[in-house]
Design a protein around this ligand. Structure first.
Ligand code: HEM
Length: 505
């Protein structure tokens, strides 16, 4: 009732803002992208009543590769072809490389002290430089090699103990990817940590993903504090505060844990984790440095790493195993190639085995094409740009529709089918240079975690497919495998993938 009354009170303000906005747009001389019909006040919000990237996919098939949506008072341009994407992330990368100023991202990143959500600025450039050199460089990734090798061995052992019964692969892969990220970021495995365990970590990641993936009313209807009042009435603000508090407590534990230990403990066997590196930088910085880091920066970077680094890899591994289970031809070919290349005597998978199995590289590319973990990548324009002849005013949200670009029939034959061979004899890769395959984005904001995540994903798949055959649970047929998706920022397989591991003959 109170919600209904508040809407009634706010209605006049909504109507006045709508007429002002529509008048402004009608008189505009710009050539704006085509747009689905919109409703007063809410614009096109009513078109997004399902899994968002699927709704957007349907709309852009009808309205074209550059489409304008109005979400409340926010203008969003959706980019759904590789040609338009190239203009955004290459030709106009500098003009289109900032992020949106949103209530949730601002709060969870301690006022944009992170890398992922921070606006493009001198500060962000310094922060990204620190991250790329100190945290995500190839040297750094290689220094964590033993962690991946230990975790992949542990995962194989765990699965060996579960053979002949259905296994929930999300659980297995979360444990693997989460352990790696925890050890790399905080120097501790969550399996032997007194302040976090797998269940709590999964909860934290899920809660944060839930709030991060949704606009608040404040974002959509900022005028006159209208949205803020609605957020408060519907409990969004309270939920955000609760999630922030839980995350902050966790990060504080991680920092306190490090402060208790002696510093400078880097050896070739135990490289410094991300928190230790950042504490070291804080310890070394002078009082006059213009770019200063503090504990909030550590917390904000921990957010980036835990929220960007675990689920994305888990999603990729699950979709790969799902597609292999649905496509026995591909599964058989891949396993044969892995076992022939690595021989039959291996007891453990090591990083020396990486990049040896060419067909696995094709399989991973095909998974990224059909199931990009982040199907829609959001940027914001900082200057007026023209994309495919359409005017994009400064301050417009730009969504790179990676999902639709990966299914564009102009570039992909039989786009809905899982055919890794399409990448054979092709130089197409996912590292940001091919604009029809952009699972990690591209340009200045490209994901800095590509090497870290692909090494872990490849190791995990090698191990699972070398040591085990996989069959569907009794009574289940290939057609019964559910392909429904769920999620907004990152998109999961909705129904858990249950497969039965059978030790290799
Ligand atoms: C399969 C795994 C992953 C996928 C698909 C993925 C995808 C993405 C995408 C699409 C972006 C946005 C890029 C853009 O705007 O152009 C991004 C940004 C980012 N990712 Fe990843 N990511 C993955 C793994 C990781 C890992 C393991 C880490 C770190 C441990 C990481 C850290 C980041 C950070 C810090 C950013 C923000 C970059 C910026 O705004 O400058 N990601 N990622």
């Amino acid at each position: 009732m109170s919600l209904f009354l508040s809407f009634l009170c706010l209605l006049p303000i909504f109507i006045v803002s709508f007429f002002i906005l529509s008048k402004k747009l009608k008189t505009s001389k710009w050539k704006l992208p085509p747009s689905p019909s919109s409703l007063p006040i809410i614009g096109n919000l009513h078109h997004l009543t399902g899994v968002p990237h699927r709704c957007i996919h349907r709309l852009c098939i009808k309205y074209g590769p550059v489409m304008l949506l109005r979400l409340g008072s926010m203008s969003v341009v959706v980019i759904s072809s590789s040609e338009a994407a190239e203009e955004v992330v290459k030709t106009y990368d500098l003009q289109c490389c900032t992020r949106l100023d949103m209530v949730v991202t601002k709060r969870l990143s301690y006022g944009f002290k992170d890398i992922t959500f921070g606006p493009y600025s001198e500060y962000w450039r310094e922060m990204r430089k620190v991250a790329v050199i100190e945290l995500f460089s190839l040297k750094k990734v290689q220094s964590f090699r033993h962690i991946r090798e230990e975790e992949v061995e542990l995962m194989a052992k765990k699965v060996s103990a579960l053979t002949q019964s259905p296994v929930d692969l999300r659980n297995v892969f979360f444990s693997f990817a989460g352990s790696i990220v925890s050890r790399v970021a905080m120097g501790r495995n969550f399996h032997d940590c007194d302040f976090i365990n797998q269940k709590k970590m999964e909860e934290l990641v899920a809660d944060a993903g839930d709030v991060l993936g949704n606009f608040t009313f404040t974002d959509l209807f900022p005028a006159g504090g209208i949205g803020r009042s609605i957020d408060w009435l519907v409990g969004k603000e309270q939920k955000l505060n609760k999630v922030f508090k839980k995350l902050d407590d966790f990060y504080q534990h991680v920092i306190d844990d490090h402060l208790k230990e002696s510093s400078g403990r880097e050896t070739s066997d135990s490289p410094m984790d991300i928190v230790a590196v950042m504490l070291d930088i804080i310890g070394r910085q002078g009082t006059k440095d213009y770019f200063k880091l503090d504990y909030d920066n550590i917390k904000a970077v921990l957010m980036d790493v835990f929220l960007a680094g675990i689920d994305t890899s888990v999603i990729t591994m699950i979709w790969t195993m799902t597609e292999l289970a649905r496509n026995p031809r591909v599964m058989k070919k891949l396993q044969e190639e892995i076992r022939t290349t690595l021989g039959t005597e291996k007891k453990i998978i090591t990083e020396q085995d990486l990049n040896k199995v060419a067909y696995l590289q094709l399989v991973i590319k095909e998974t990224f094409r059909l199931h990009p973990p982040v199907p829609v990548v959001t940027r914001k324009s900082m200057a007026h740009v023209k994309i495919q002849g359409y005017d994009i005013p400064p301050g417009t949200a730009i969504q790179l529709n990676v999902y639709t670009i990966g299914r564009d029939p102009k570039h992909w034959t039989d786009p809905e089918d899982y055919i890794p061979e399409r990448f054979a004899d092709s130089s197409i890769d996912f590292r940001g240079q091919n604009y029809n395959l952009l699972p990690f984005g591209s340009g200045r904001r490209i994901c800095p975690g590509i090497s870290m995540s692909t090494a872990a994903i490849e190791m995990a798949l090698l191990s699972m497919l070398y040591f085990f055959d996989w069959r569907l649970p009794d009574g289940m047929k290939i057609d019964d495998i559910d392909m429904e998706e769920i999620g907004t920022l990152s998109v999961f397989k909705k129904v858990p993938l249950m497969l039965v591991p059978v030790p290799r003959p």
